[in-house]
Design a binder for this molecule. Structure first.
Ligand code: GTP
Length: 315
């Protein structure tokens, strides 16, 4: 896959915190004898960079095998780190397939307020339109009037139909109406916004369960996807959000947003390792075309700081 240079540069920003921390720690160990104590330090440096205990342990095992008791060679270590991160990420890099028959494919989008849910829905809709799918939105986050308004504005901007209701209205009712309209008008993909009230787990769970019941009545296979939007700047907190949303909503895939700023992107590796959920795409900005596929090899090379050294692919 050729990589868009501006996306790539934004990604460098999103992984900078993770990468700087990791490379700083490794540089501090440069030239040391690779004995048990140094291997412990390397393993700790990887875990401190949010890369997850499994990946850290695998890097340690590979170094112990190949370089034990030799003087540590930093670049060689970084290359091993890049390979092991890529191995952890490659199995989860899967874009969202549109394959449901009968149509529409129903995608529930969930996530805490402010995670970038609404923007991600707009980006996803835009991407699908570009691929010639017919898309409709449903404003299922009726908890806040602003959320309905924001989604409406996006729908107008990208030119897709939207089904909305009043603030405080019945989200399941809106979803029901949306599925009916989408079916009647031959829409391929219905993307449903939902409330992000994690602070009230019971209510959220009840609401999502009701949406599922209503959907199931019209199409037993729906929702086909339950996509959790995570904000990469929250670091390790993203892991606890996956935990809770898995419990309340049955997550089928992830989109990680804000991987362009001062994110702690390394948490993607920990998430991949711990949950194995597909990462459908990543958000690298606020504009509608700032959603991009997740490239395991590119991300691994950026984190390990070997981006310019290996695989000089066309950019
Ligand atoms: N830098 C950056 N900002 C983003 C990205 N995705 C979303 N944002 C911004 O993050 C803020 C929150 O995004 P929303 O899409 O409104 O988030 P939400 O989860 O729907 O939040 P609520 O509407 O409060 O429920 C907005 O200012 C977005 O422009 C991204 O990938 N990168």
């Amino acid at each position: 896959m050729s990589t868009n240079p501006s996306w790539h540069n934004k990604l460098l920003g999103g992984f900078k915190k993770t990468s700087d921390r990791l490379l700083g720690n490794l540089a501090g160990l440069s030239g040391a004898r690779l004995d048990d104590a140094t291997l412990d330090d390397i393993e700790e440096a990887l875990i401190a960079s949010d890369l997850g205990p499994g990946t850290a342990a695998r890097v340690r095992a590979r170094l112990a095998e190949g370089q034990y008791e030799r003087n540590m060679e930093e670049l060689g270590i970084r290359l091993v780190v890049a390979e092991e991160i890529e191995k952890a990420l490659a199995p989860v890099a899967k874009h969202l397939e549109i394959e449901a028959f009968p149509r529409p494919q129903v995608i529930l989008v969930i996530g805490v307020n402010g995670s970038g849910k609404t923007t991600t829905i707009a980006k996803l809709a835009n991407l699908l339109i570009e691929q010639d799918y017919g898309v409709m939105l449903a404003a299922g986050d009726t908890f806040r009037a602003a959320a309905i308004g924001q989604l409406k504005t996006w729908a107008e901007r990208i030119g897709v139909p939207i089904v909305t209701g009043p603030e405080g209205g019945d989200a399941a009712g809106i979803v029901f109406e949306a599925v009916k309209q989408a079916t009647a008008t031959g829409i391929d993909v219905l993307i449903v916004d939902t409330a992000g009230r994690l602070q009230n787990k019971r209510e959220l769970m009840d609401e999502l369960a009701k949406i599922r019941r209503v959907l199931g009545r019209l199409n037993p296979a729906a929702p086909h996807d339950v996509v959790l939007v995570l904000d990469a700047t929250t670091g390790q907190n993203a892991l606890s959000q996956i935990e809770v949303f898995k419990e309340v909503a049955g997550v089928t895939g992830l989109v990680m947003t804000k991987l362009d700023g001062t994110a702690r992107g390394g948490v993607l590796v920990a998430a991949a390792e711990k949950y194995g959920l597909p990462i459908h795409a990543i958000g690298v900005g606020e504009k509608v075309d700032d959603l991009r596929p997740f490239d395991a090899s590119e991300v691994a090379r950026i984190i390990a700081g070997v981006d310019e050294l290996v695989s000089p692919r066309s950019r």
